[in-house]
Design a protein around this ligand. Structure first.
Ligand SMILES: *[C@@H]1O[C@H](CO)[C@@H](O)[C@H](O)[C@H]1NC(C)=O
Ligand SMILES: *[C@@H]1O[C@H](CO)[C@@H](O)[C@H](O)[C@H]1NC(C)=O
Ligand SMILES: *[C@@H]1O[C@H](CO)[C@@H](O)[C@H](O)[C@H]1NC(C)=O
Ligand SMILES: *[C@@H]1O[C@H](CO)[C@@H](O)[C@H](O)[C@H]1NC(C)=O
Length: 448
């Protein structure tokens, strides 16, 4: 059943005249899950003004980086997919199209100063979700969802860098940005995830080969341990001989869903084993069945990016059950217990329904924002996964048009031409600082 947008509009009009109460959630009731998701999405969108006069479509205000907006639009595609509520569809399409950049590959010039492969990847994964969920196609003349995903892949594959560490993607695209020497789990994970999904959707073996190659490199270089702990990253100035061992929920999530897609596309038993092992190790992120960002929640120093990471593990755990159904019995109870506890944090702000960060506490902990809302939204709506349709492919109802040569060569050109001596010096200094911190064991990397 889908919400009629008219009924929804009437309903939200009524709500606006009263104060929204704290959210109730009955995970055995589809209507209750939808109502809770609707409330959390609405509070999340109070942070967005890209659809208002004077706003820029697709951008969140500071302190939110560009990637997080891409992730947020991905969560709203999921919202429509799970609930049928079309409230945000036009706003999402407008935003996803406004940010494509001149070569329609999510390399908008405004973001050059800090766009990494992972940042671009979150927009790429959002449009792949649109293609797989049959989110309404954009107006004709605008690049389609699948082609945009292919364009991101096409700009990233040539960035595979064998000059150090025997391969891998760097964190940063541009040499003048801090972190160019870092080869990290999330950048390679986004690329792996997209390649696997493109391979499954299109049936094109080239994508599957890239996914395989990326996974193998991640394992070989030690960004994944033999039991699939995923570690944050490694430094190419020391040829990736040491690894920063911080573990984040979203890394586990991005590899889990890519592996599930590879299983679905190839039915090679090695992927089934990998999925099972990832899930076993993912237990480090659950305390009494409730998801927790263990690297920073207790210390209370999760940054603006990190408070959103549970959104992505929630999103990809749920999606995994669709393409690797043998995981459902393990995954679904964790999504239910996490959602039940997560909504208890949603008692703050003018709406009295803004969510907090630390689900295990079961109360609002003083931290609210886009990342907190997105995380709670994703874990709530994940509880609708059983009734949701499977992600389509070109052969099973997918309508988004393939363009295997989409995307520009802008990335390479800019990185070769736009680097000045002072930029180089800047990057070099940062690297030295990182290297010393890493060797002295006090390594901590915030994304920006
Ligand atoms: C880039 O920045 C300019 C100036 O702020 C703005 O007018 C434009 O809309 C931005 N473009 C995108 C794609 O965000
Ligand atoms: C750098 O690391 C890669 C991968 O471990 C290895 O194959 C290569 O031989 C190393 N290169 C040097 C110069 O040590
Ligand atoms: C692949 O995904 C489809 C769609 O969700 C599902 O029906 C099928 O069982 C999956 N295949 C395998 C081998 O798990
Ligand atoms: C498969 O994908 C590769 C990589 O993007 C592309 O070069 C090739 O043309 C594609 N093949 C087909 C048949 O679409």
């Amino acid at each position: 059943m889908r919400f009629s947008s008219l009924a929804y509009a009437a309903c939200s009009g009524l709500l606006a005249t009263t104060v929204e109460a704290a959210i109730t959630l009955d995970t055995s009731s589809t209507d209750s899950i939808k109502a809770a998701a609707s409330s959390v999405a609405k509070d999340m969108m109070t942070f967005y003004s890209g659809d208002k006069p004077g706003g820029t479509p697709g951008l969140l205000p500071g302190p939110y980086f560009w990637w997080e907006a891409g992730a947020m639009f991905g969560s709203l595609i999921d919202y429509w997919y799970y609930t049928g509520d079309t409230t945000y569809n036009d706003l999402v399409t407008t935003a996803l199209q406004f940010q494509v950049g001149p070569s329609a590959d999510y390399m908008p010039p405004n973001q050059t100063k800090d766009e990494g492969n992972d940042d671009q990847g979150f927009w790429g994964m959002a449009v792949l979700s649109a293609a797989e969920a049959k989110f309404p196609d954009p107006p004709s003349g605008q690049p389609g969802w699948l082609a945009l995903g292919q364009a991101v892949f096409n700009t990233q594959a040539p960035r595979w860098d064998t000059t150090t560490c025997n391969g891998g993607l760097r964190w940063q695209i541009f040499q003048f940005n801090n972190g160019y020497n870092y080869k990290n789990a999330i950048s390679n994970g986004c690329f792996f995830n997209m390649a696997a999904r493109l391979g499954r959707y299109t049936g094109n073996q080239t994508y599957l080969d890239w996914a395989d190659k990326t996974w193998n490199w991640v394992e070989a270089i030690g960004l994944a341990s033999p039991d699939y702990h995923f570690y944050d990253g490694t430094d190419d100035t020391i040829n990736c001989t040491q690894v920063n061992h911080i573990e984040w929920t979203y890394n586990t999530g991005v590899y889990l869903y890519g592996a599930a897609m590879m299983w679905n596309a190839t039915q090679d038993a090695k992927w089934q084993t990998r999925i099972t092992t990832i899930l076993k190790t993912a237990s480090i992120f659950f305390v009494n069945g409730v998801m927790k960002e263990v690297a920073c929640e207790d210390a209370g120093n999760c940054d603006t990016d990190q408070v959103s990471f549970k959104a992505h593990l929630s999103r990809w755990m749920a999606a995994t059950t669709k393409v690797a159904p043998f995981t459902a019995a393990t995954i679904l109870p964790l999504l239910t217990s996490s959602a039940t506890q997560a909504v208890k944090t949603c008692t703050a702000g003018a709406s009295q329904s803004m969510c907090g960060e630390k689900w295990t506490t079961g109360t609002y902990d003083g931290n609210g924002g886009v990342g907190e809302q997105m995380s709670v939204l994703q874990v709530i709506q994940a509880n609708l996964i059983t009734g949701a349709p499977p992600p389509v492919t070109a052969n099973t109802g997918g309508t988004s048009k393939s363009d295997p040569s989409a995307g520009g060569s802008q990335a390479k050109t800019v990185s070769l031409n736009a680097i000045t001596t002072s930029d180089r010096a800047g990057a070099g200094i940062l690297t030295t600082v990182i290297l010393i911190a890493m060797l002295s064991g006090s390594w901590w990397m915030s994304r920006k």
